[in-house]
Ligand binder design. Structure first.
Ligand code: ADP
Ligand code: ZN
Length: 217
């Protein structure tokens, strides 16, 4: 399937389902998936200089500095697979990052076609975050309560062990939601003003993807 709107931003609080919805959408449309959280976690796992610095910030639930994240995204957007469309999952997260993104896109004569805002109530976000499980071997995401794997602690897709992200503890999850409210929520109005915002109210991932496909086709 091809979309008319194919350069996308997924905006939403931690736990809103940006990653889960991306993975599901990518089964039917071919887009590059750019998750700054995944890119950062790869740096952390590889113990690069950037990764070591980022690990502490991420563990506290705060945001990694704008220039660092924007630099990673700029490099990723220059890669060939982004020409046919991309999902920016978890970026931009501040107004400064939105400006850096605009500059990066302008340099490659590209632009954003739509910003999908996944809206989920706060109580549900906390429940989801603190019961979330991630795969060590691939990018699969599960949930102990809402979306359990077939075998406890094991990935359905690749058989690797599942783990809880250190920043998915109750305390850190709450502070990440605060960070979202203070630093990221202003982007909703920013993109609404530019007539790019598409809001989708909380439902299961399959329904969300169906609604999205309808609006982006
Ligand atoms: P979630 O959306 O569930 O919070 P992510 O995997 O997107 O999870 O992000 C995890 C952490 O990585 C964030 O709490 C933050 O520390 C860092 N991070 C990810 N994306 C960005 C970004 N665009 N700007 C700054 N920090 C980021
Ligand atoms: Zn897996």
């Amino acid at each position: 399937m091809t979309l008319t709107k194919k350069n996308l931003i997924f905006l939403g609080a931690p736990g809103a389902g940006k990653g889960t919805v991306s993975n599901l959408l990518l089964k039917s449309v071919k887009l590059a998936h750019i998750s700054t959280g995944d890119l950062l976690r790869a740096e952390v796992a590889a113990k690069t200089e950037l990764g070591v610095a980022a690990a502490k910030i991420m563990a506290s639930g705060n945001l990694v500095p704008d220039e660092i994240v924007a630099g990673m995204v700029r490099a990723r957007l220059a890669q060939d697979d982004c020409k046919d469309g991309f999902i920016l999952d978890g970026f931009p997260r501040t107004l400064a990052q939105a400006d850096l993104l605009d500059a990066a896109l302008k340099d490659i004569s590209s632009q954003i076609d739509a910003v999908v805002y996944l809206h989920v109530d706060e109580e549900i976000l906390i429940q989801r975050l603190t019961s979330r499980l991630n795969c060590r071997g691939c990018d699969a995401i599960y949930n102990k309560v809402f979306m359990p794997p077939k075998v406890e602690g094991v990935c359905d897709k690749c058989g690797s062990a599942l783990y809880q992200r250190p920043d998915d503890s109750v305390e850190t999850a709450k502070s990440r939601l605060d960070v979202f409210a203070r630093q990221t929520e202003p982007l909703i109005q920013y993109y609404r003003d530019r007539d790019l915002l598409l809001t989708i109210e909380q439902t299961d991932a399959a329904t969300t993807v169906a609604k999205m496909l309808e609006k982006l086709r």
